[in-house]
Write a protein that binds this ligand. Structure first.
Ligand SMILES: [Zn+2]
Length: 256
C-alpha cells in the first residue's frame, strides 16, 4: 500500500553507504520506521533532507506485516523554523521528539499527540523566553493524553482539597506518580518529589494551559523551575519512558 502522509522526523540512523533508517511520527499512521534509499546522496546536494524535528510530506510503501517500510519520496514542509537558531530551543525540541519516540508504540495512530507535538515544536521555534515551559507543557499534556494525568487538586491519599491544604499555611507538598500528596500524608510515610506550593501552582497551570503559548506565559523562578522539572521527571520516567532518562533533556538542563 502506498501512502502519502505528513510526518515529524523523530530519529535518523545511517544505513549502508547512502541510505538512512528514519523513524517518522505520522499523523495518520503513528510511528513508522522507513528506509530512505540514497537519501544521504541527496542531502549532500542540499535536497531531500530528513532531520530530527523537521516535518516532511512522505510517500511510503507500507509492506503488510513488516515493521520496516520503504520511503520513496520526502519533501520538507516549511514549519518549525527557528528551532535550529538557538541551542536551548533545539535541545527542548530534541527532548520532545525523543520522548515521543520512547512513548509511542509503533504503527498506532495518535493524531492528538501529533497535533500536540506539532504545536509544541512550532511554539519552541518562536520561543523568546522560557523555552523550557514548552517542553514541560508537552510532557504534562502527553501524560494526560496517554491516561496518566496526575491528580493535582486534591491529595491522592486522603482526598483533602488543594484549597484546604493551602489554607493550613503549609509551604510544600509532594508529587507522587499519581499526583499530590499533602504534608500530613507525607508525615504518615507517603512521599514523592517535594515541591513548593508555587511549583504546584505552575504544574496545575501547565495542565490547564490550552496551548503552548499559554504555558510560555507562566513565569518560573530558577528554584521553582527545578521543582517543576523534578516532578515532571518523576512522572515521565515512571509512566512514559520505562524509567529511561531522556538524553537530550540532560543537554537541555546543562544549558541552564
Ligand atoms: Zn493527604
Amino acid at each position: 500500500m502506498i501512502v502519502t502522509t505528513d510526518a515529524i522526523v523523530l530519529k535518523t540512523m545511517k544505513y549502508r553507504d547512502t541510505s538512512q533508517i528514519i523513524t517518522l511520527f505520522s499523523r495518520e499512521h503513528g510511528k513508522l520506521s522507513v528506509v530512505a534509499k540514497g537519501i544521504r546522496n541527496r542531502q549532500k546536494t542540499g535536497a531531500g533532507g530528513a532531520e530530527p524535528m523537521t516535518c516532511v510530506r512522505a510517500v511510503v510503501y507500507k509492506k503488510p506485516g513488516k515493521d520496516l517500510h520503504l520511503m520513496s519520496q520526502c519533501d520538507r514542509l516549511p514549519v518549525f523554523k527557528g528551532l535550529a537558531d538557538d541551542l536551548k530551543r533545539m535541545a527542548g525540541g530534541m527532548a520532545a521528539v525523543e520522548l515521543t519516540n520512547l512513548s509511542m508504540p509503533p504503527e498506532e495512530p495518535h493524531e492528538d499527540v501529533f497535533e500536540l507535538l506539532s504545536r509544541t515544536l512550532e511554539s519552541l521555534g518562536d520561543a523568546t523566553r522560557s523555552p523550557e515551559n514548552a517542553l514541560y507543557y508537552y510532557e504534562m499534556q502527553l501524560l494526560g493524553i496517554l491516561g496518566f494525568r496526575p491528580e493535582l487538586r486534591s491529595c491522592v491519599e486522603c482526598g483533602r482539597s488543594l484549597a484546604r491544604i493551602a489554607e493550613d499555611g503549609l509551604r510544600h507538598c509532594c508529587i507522587s506518580t499519581h499526583g499530590l500528596i499533602c504534608a500530613g500524608c507525607e508525615d504518615r510515610g507517603f512521599g514523592g518529589e517535594r515541591v513548593s506550593l508555587a511549583a504546584l501552582g505552575a504544574l496545575t497551570g501547565l495542565q490547564d494551559a490550552r496551548h503552548p503559548e499559554a504555558a510560555s506565559r507562566i513565569i518560573l523562578s530558577a528554584a521553582t523551575r527545578d521543582e517543576v522539572g523534578g516532578a515532571l521527571r518523576l512522572l515521565v520516567l515512571h509512566h512514559l519512558t520505562g524509567m529511561k532518562p531522556l538524553q537530550s533533556e540532560q543537554v537541555f538542563f546543562t544549558l541552564g
